[in-house]
Design a protein around this ligand. Structure first.
Ligand code: GDP
Ligand code: IMO
Ligand code: MG
Length: 428
């Protein structure tokens, strides 16, 4: 099958978990390469629902799963997730799950700072997931982060935590006017978790490359979405990592020549959780219809997702930034029952129509969407398994997406279940 990157094209929650789980059947390994437990990936298998925040979605199909060096990992959450999946009969032993010794640890003080900073920002807050993601990546870039490797050198760890706490406690006490974090308590937390996680930790870059050298195929499972990317998204309303396909190489420790294709996951409409510009957002009854019919609540924080029309400015940006070789359109079933369906093709701003996704948040916040209108369909398509059996208007919608994006639609998802999928082109 080769090695594929699976990437979110919008603002996250496009259905990456479902598609990675489905494609895992044909893969040998699945790798997470960025983000942390801000992600919430849902899989529905034989009617049973699984949500994973850190463990790659290939775990249900018993594939070797790697949490790469680019991921920020809350060790407590990882152990909880291992227990949760184990309780559902999934084998999450070190045979199937490996954690990079280079991955950064989300420390208790990272979560404290994430919360305190958001609270202080008040109305201007980003609406983070509160999982300590930003503060952990900050420490990585500042070169004061704790890596899992450090867990096994108690003296080195103590010196690093002590140094970190001097700064963090100054911030917590003097700036945020909160209680400090205790060194001994933090050390005890680390050492207890180190013991439990030890069997999982190794050099994952070496292992992933060894697998590829043996001809095994690897799926790289993106988290968040292209427009939450720290460079290319709606900065500062973004996450703290690069979410685009190029980061699969850095975050997993593989070379770019190993990647054979990039699949972009596209929700048939658009959603966003948290604050930040969203040009095709709908505040009318259609927005409510999508929110309710699509059950648009965040898998991590349970927050209501904002909803809007499919945005081609966004999708074209994702095609270019990720080098998408194919699209997977998800949640097509949710559009059923609408009289007409719109596609946002540009943004009107200061009397001009802009068709490239701009860096300027003023433009993205104050523009008016320019749309083309297509006819809807009434049929329930959740039982459809072949492209030919889709209603003509659904086919016309998909064709238009292909034309406007210049990228083929390889798969269509018509329900949350693994089997509720139409495969147009099988790469695998
Ligand atoms: P991810 O973060 O990209 O993995 O997406 P999430 O799991 O956060 O959100 C996607 C939601 O849509 C989940 O509840 C999925 O079970 C659900 N879902 C995925 N594909 C479809 C689909 O084709 N139709 C419907 N109705 N639901 C879907
Ligand atoms: P998956 O992988 C949707 C959003 C948060 C917030 C912003 C920054 O499930 O698609 P952070 O905690 O990362 O510092 O928050 O990013 N966000 C997501 N939105 N899906 C996700 O992941 C997200 N991960 C982060 O809501 O707006
Ligand atoms: Mg999600």
């Amino acid at each position: 099958m080769g090695n594929y990157v699976i990437i979110g094209t919008q603002w996250g929650d496009e259905g990456k978990g479902k598609i990675v789980d489905l494609l895992s059947e044909h893969a040998d390994c699945v790798v997470r390469f960025q983000g942390g437990n801000n992600a919430g990936h849902t899989m529905v298998v034989d009617g049973e629902k699984f949500i994973s925040h850190l463990v790659p979605s290939g775990i249900i199909q018993k594939k070797t799963c790697f949490i790469g060096n680019g991921v920020v990992v809350d060790p407590e959450v990882l152990l909880e997730e291992i227990a949760y999946l184990g309780g559902k009969g999934v084998d999450v032993s070190p045979t199937y799950l490996r954690l990079s010794d280079r991955a950064q640890v989300i420390m208790p003080y990272h979560k404290r700072i994430d919360h305190a900073r958001e609270a202080k920002k008040g109305d201007g807050k980003i609406g983070t997931t509160g999982r300590g993601i930003g503060p952990c990546y900050e420490d990585k870039a500042s070169r004061v982060g704790i890596r899992f490797l450090d867990f096994f050198k108690p003296e080195v760890l103590r010196a690093k935590v002590e140094e970190a706490l001097r700064e963090k406690n100054f911030l917590l006490e003097k700036y945020f006017e909160e209680e400090p974090e205790d060194l001994e308590k933090t050390m005890a937390w680390c050492l207890d978790l180190a013991d439990k996680l030890k069997p999982y930790i190794s050099d994952t870059s070496v292992a992933i490359n060894n697998n590829m050298d043996e001809g095994k195929s690897v799926l790289f499972e993106g988290a968040q979405g292209t427009h939450l990317d720290i460079d290319h998204g709606t900065y500062p309303f973004v996450t703290s990592s690069n979410t685009v396909s190029g980061n699969a190489c850095c975050g997993a420790g593989v070379g770019p020549k190993t990647i054979n294709g990039v699949l972009g996951i596209v929700k048939a409409y658009t959603t966003r959780v948290g604050a930040g510009p969203f040009p095709s957002e709908l505040f009318d009854e259609v927005g409510s219809y999508l929110q309710e019919k699509g059950v648009e609540f965040g898998a991590t924080t349970g927050r209501r997702r904002r909803c809007g029309w499919l945005d081609m400015v966004v999708l074209k940006n994702a095609c270019r930034l990720n080098g998408l070789t194919g699209l997977v359109i998800t949640k097509m079933d949710v559009l059923g029952g609408l009289k007409e369906i719109k596609i946002c093709t540009g943004y009107e701003y200061n009397g001009e129509v802009v068709t490239d996704f701009a860096a300027d948040l003023d433009l993205l916040s104050d523009c008016k969407m320019v749309c083309e209108t297509l006819a809807g369909w009434d049929e329930d398509i959740s039982g459809v398994r072949s492209y030919d059996d889709l209603p003509e208007n659904a086919k016309a919608y998909l064709k238009r997406i292909e034309e406007l994006s210049g990228t083929p639609v390889d798969m269509i998802s018509v329900g949350p279940g693994r089997e509720e999928t139409i495969v147009v082109k099988n790469h695998f």
